[in-house]
Write a protein that binds this ligand. Structure first.
Ligand SMILES: CC(C)(COP(=O)(O)OP(=O)(O)OC[C@H]1O[C@@H](n2cnc3c(N)ncnc32)[C@H](O)[C@@H]1OP(=O)(O)O)[C@@H](O)C(=O)NCCC(=O)NCCS
Length: 215
């Protein structure tokens, strides 16, 4: 979206190293004997690899497509969340990835969408972490980084389709009032939103669709 990338990139982490490092299949948690980046694992001369959270680069595309295939499987294109993104393009300035060495271990993207009435806003997804790195805080780190980038870019609202128990920790709650409708069936308990600008939710109504690239 014109005018947005610089602001968002300034907010998105540029290679933030977070608490987990990995070597020889072991993980080192912050506060529990963390290994510094590049340090050898205990009892080993092999350097530990640390996790880096950074903005998505254009070259990440193929790795992210493979990650989506591993995380969601072949049925992913039939999901309502995928249909919501049809005809649009992800916001290149708001994508965030997690890598361990040269391996792309996680990714989150955002798409611009619009309801029948009201200003444009964001749909978050896909969020995916490679199954071999699940449960180490990567998904949460990606969520925090992408929401910070969206807020810094001046966005007012983020919607998603996903597991409420996971997303509630970032402030998401069920849309629940029937004001917004998705282009396909969805369990209302999984249709969530998070307001980034106060009062934004009251301004959007009707069926949500992807904003075509350049619109
Ligand atoms: C969902 C996903 C992104 C979570 O990534 P992750 O790196 O494993 O998440 P984290 O390690 O940051 O997990 C943080 C917490 O969320 C919990 N959690 C993870 N996935 C959850 C889910 N689907 N529902 C409820 N809680 C979940 C974890 O148990 C953990 O809880 P704790 O802090 O109490 O220990 C990852 O499992 C994944 O890619 N799954 C397959 C694709 C998918 O379902 N994407 C989301 C679309 S809804």
């Amino acid at each position: 979206m014109p005018g947005r990338p610089a602001a968002a990139r300034a907010a998105a982490p540029r290679g933030t190293r977070i608490r987990a490092g990995f070597a020889h299949g072991r993980s080192f948690r912050g506060g529990q004997g963390s290994a510094p980046p590049g340090a050898a694992a205990p009892g080993s001369s092999v350097p530990a690899l640390s996790l880096v959270i950074r903005p998505e680069h254009a070259a990440d595309g193929p790795g992210i497509a493979r990650l989506h295939a591993r995380a969601f499987g072949p049925g992913r294109y039939a999901r309502t969340a995928y249909r919501l993104r049809e005809g649009g393009a992800h916001r290149a300035d708001l994508g965030v990835t997690a890598s361990v060495g040269s391996f792309l271990a996680g990714s989150v993207r955002m798409n611009a969408v619009r309801a029948a009435a009201g200003p444009a806003f964001l749909a978050l997804g896909p969020l995916a972490v490679d199954p071999s790195f699940a449960g180490r805080g990567i998904g949460s780190a990606l969520m925090r980084a992408s929401l910070a980038a969206a807020a810094a870019a001046g966005e007012g609202l983020v919607i998603l389709v996903g597991d409420a128990p996971f997303y509630a920790r970032f402030g998401f709650a069920p849309v629940g009032n029937g004001d917004l409708e998705l282009p396909g069936p969805v369990d209302p308990a999984r249709f969530l939103w998070l307001e980034l600008a106060e009062g934004f939710r009251a301004r959007v109504h009707g069926r949500v669709a992807a904003l075509p690239p350049g619109a």
